[in-house]
Design a protein around this ligand. Structure first.
Ligand SMILES: Nc1ncnc2c1ncn2[C@@H]1O[C@H](COP(=O)(O)OP(=O)(O)OP(=O)(O)O)[C@@H](O)[C@H]1O
Length: 285
């Protein structure tokens, strides 16, 4: 028997794909969905009706040349775009089916559930390693007992792949760690508020190859129970760490948009659009 998935419809209530004969298969769950997202800085439109489904428990890479709006799109996913005074936005961003921009939703709802790791590691340098890990809890209004704090510090440093390197110096300042260790400390800090999604904006671009490998191992270990969206300029990295890729492009002064998205193996091995093929093969960008 052959199954025609092209004819299948998605039932969002039961999270199944319903085939022509009525047979229902489990569907991929979307942790986040962007629907027709457009963005502006002042009068400059930088994204044009971008839609993207982000599968739960997977790593999605956003790739594309400089200036095509990848970082802007990433910052829209956790309401950081609105921190820029001239910034405006249209469209919807759903987290587990609910619009994070709904007027009834607080910004802390998005920030607590959708963490962000930046290009340059930004721990609090004078603060101890253990205090850095839990620094986000107060900001998002989460309270924990001191016993639970110690457990949380160990759990988050372990998940970030840093525990063995720092367990004997938890009271030492975070600024004393190497750049790669600082970036994993920032990942641990993001994990402490137990986000459902982790956004990473070129998290390895300031790191050496060994530290990059450690962060990539951390990303691989996180996926499954964490949904990761990563912006990267490094095509080998996108191929190594991601399950899915979205290729952004802003052509000749037009706003950025997604040319093509899909499973990473297909995006690299059998891209459908010539522009994707040219980009992933290093012919521009
Ligand atoms: N704070 C800002 N104010 C005004 N314009 C901005 C701001 N941030 C980004 N832009 C503009 O928005 C467009 C998209 O920028 P963005 O940083 O999202 O692209 P990108 O694809 O992430 O680029 P890169 O790969 O170089 O980081 C660019 O034209 C950029 O100049």
């Amino acid at each position: 028997m052959s199954l025609d998935l092209a004819e299948a419809t998605r039932d969002p209530l039961t999270e199944t794909l319903v085939l022509a004969g009525g047979l229902a298969l489990p569907a991929e769950r979307h942790a986040m969905q962007a629907k027709a997202v457009s963005a502006w800085f002042g009068t400059h439109k930088v994204l044009e009706r971008v839609s993207l489904d982000v599968p739960a428990g997977k790593v999605t890479a956003l790739i594309g040349p400089s200036g095509c709006g990848k970082s802007t799109f990433l910052r829209i996913l956790n309401r950081m775009h609105e921190l820029v005074p001239s910034a405006a936005l249209a469209g919807e961003v759903l987290l587990d089916g609910e619009d994070i921009y709904d007027p009834g939703k607080r910004v802390t709802h998005a920030r607590r559930n959708i963490g962000m790791v930046f290009q340059k590691p930004n721990p609090f340098p004078a603060m101890s390693i253990q205090d850095n890990v839990v620094a986000g809890l107060a900001l998002t209004g989460v309270r924990v007992s001191s016993r639970a704090r110690a457990d949380l510090v160990e759990e988050c440093l372990t998940r970030a792949g840093l525990w063995n390197e720092v367990k004997d110096r938890l009271r030492a300042p975070g600024g004393g760690l190497s750049g790669g260790q600082q970036q994993r400390l920032c990942i641990a800090r993001s994990l402490a508020v137990r986000p459902r999604v982790l956004l990473m904006d070129e998290p390895c671009s300031a790191l050496d190859p060994t530290s990059t490998r450690r962060v990539e191992e951390t990303i691989a270990a996180l996926k499954g129970d964490m949904t990761v969206v990563i912006v990267t300029h490094n095509m080998q990295q996108a191929a190594r760490v991601s399950d899915r890729c979205a290729f952004f492009l802003a052509e000749a002064g037009t706003p950025g948009g997604i040319v093509e998205h899909g499973p990473t193996a297909a995006m690299f091995g059998d891209p459908q659009d010539q522009r994707t093929a040219d980009y992933v093969n290093g012919r521009f960008g």
